[in-house]
Design a protein around this ligand. Structure first.
Ligand SMILES: Cc1cc2nc3c(=O)[nH]c(=O)nc-3n(C[C@H](O)[C@H](O)[C@H](O)COP(=O)(O)O)c2cc1C
Length: 376
């Protein structure tokens, strides 16, 4: 039987060789100067050659106030600052050399930024700090920063850009009533809370060429009693489609829910975020959708595509644990897939400690080599 997993798929001008996407995984590999270094280049070269059709580079931050961690990529301090372009250009090339399409995820952490000048839609105390409430000048500056980041992604040779609307970061902070109590045009009912992310999408769309895909990491459900649910996010998805978003990469949960028992329990299950992708795909049949969430076996991934729950399958920890997943799924490598261990938090723990992440499933020799390289 022909596997859907290895059928090509088109997103705007982007022709993908198969249905496998390397999801963005923040791994704390950049140096604290936010520049692309050899560790970043080697990792993404491996992802680009993994057999995934498209690789999304993690949370490149569009302005310093949005940095959630010092060891994070930055696209520039402001509109004049092109000093990160050469590194980003090398990064796009490293991915494309391996045969994959390269996508840059652009990002702003909002209230989760680890900076004294952090900003957010409202003064919600976060990790012990109250962020500055964004005034209209902050809003304008941030929209410009996203547009600059997208323009730089295209100039650097990336094939597409993806806005990070997931994990509870800035774009979703505006959308969620829980974190947006503004009384101006950017807060209030759902329509008004959508305004900021939609203005960001429109500015990004206008800053890149027609046909250059602008994707969106889409938070379908926050896993919180007072958080976003599909009742809010499906109408938002429709607006994103009207604003020119090329695909939705569907995820669920965020910082405020990642340690809750309900999320932790679901996170152990294969395909746990697929029902959210399915709901979005049903509501917007014409919109390319990427599913995520422990898509551990190729059979599960194939079943997700056959059920029409998504057009593409996204692998995060799954591909990190076994970069040969696509080749093994295709039968090019005979060994069994090394699974990401449910309940293991090593990669998360490393980034929280601001140390470059590695995987407990890597062979001993690879782990030792990595630890030697990064100094433990
Ligand atoms: C260590 C780690 C870092 C992550 N970094 C990002 C990120 O930078 N951007 C993003 O959109 N999602 C990020 N995610 C979420 C993943 O892309 C993915 O949605 C999630 O891990 C579920 O898929 P998986 O089970 O295949 O890992 C991260 C997840 C982990 C575990």
């Amino acid at each position: 039987m022909t596997k859907l997993l290895f059928e090509p798929f088109r997103i705007d001008q982007l022709l993908l060789a198969n249905r496998i996407v390397g999801l963005p995984m923040y791994l704390a590999y950049p140096d604290p100067d936010h520049l692309v270094n050899d560790l970043v280049l080697d990792y993404y070269a491996e992802m680009g050659a993994s057999g995934a059709a498209m690789v999304v580079v993690e949370n490149a931050t569009v302005e310093p106030r949005g940095l959630c961690n010092p060891r994070t990529l930055l696209t520039g301090d402001d509109s004049r600052d092109d000093r990160f372009l050469p590194g980003l250009t090398q990064l796009a090339a490293a991915i494309k050399r391996g045969g994959a399409k390269a996508v840059l995820q652009i990002h702003h952490a909002g209230r989760y930024a680890k900076r004294p000048d952090r900003v957010a839609p409202s003064a919600v105390k976060t990790w012990g700090f109250v962020p500055k409430v964004m005034d209209l000048a902050d809003i304008e500056r941030t929209i410009t920063a996203f547009a600059d980041g997208a323009r730089r992604a295209q100039r650097a040779g990336f094939d597409a850009v993806e806005l990070h609307g997931g994990t509870g970061y800035l774009l979703s902070q505006f959308l969620a009533a829980r974190t947006n109590s503004r009384e101006d045009a950017y807060g209030g009912d759902l329509e008004r809370r959508m305004r900021f992310p939609l203005e960001v999408v429109a500015a990004v769309r206008a800053s890149v060429d027609t046909g250059f895909p602008v994707g969106y990491r889409f938070l379908a459900d926050e896993y919180l009693p007072d958080g976003l649910t599909l009742a809010d996010t499906i109408p938002f998805a429709r607006k994103l489609a009207q604003t020119g978003v090329a695909y939705l990469s569907v995820m669920a949960g965020g910082y405020d829910s990642f340690s809750l028992p309900g999320y932790l329990e679901d996170d152990r299950k294969e395909g746990f975020m697929v029902p959210f992708a399915h709901a979005i795909k049903q509501a917007l049949p014409g919109m390319p959708v990427i599913a995520a969430g422990r898509l551990q076996s190729p059979d599960t991934a194939e079943a997700v595509l056959r059920a029409g729950s998504a057009d593409l399958v996204g692998l995060g920890r799954v591909l990190f644990a076994d970069p040969l997943w696509p080749r093994k799924a295709r039968g090019e490598v005979a060994e069994p897939i090394e699974p990401c261990q449910p309940g293991c938090v090593l990669c998360n723990r490393r980034i929280i400690e601001q140390k470059p992440a590695y995987c407990a499933r890597w062979p001993e020799e690879r782990r030792q080599q990595f630890l030697g390289r990064v100094g433990g």
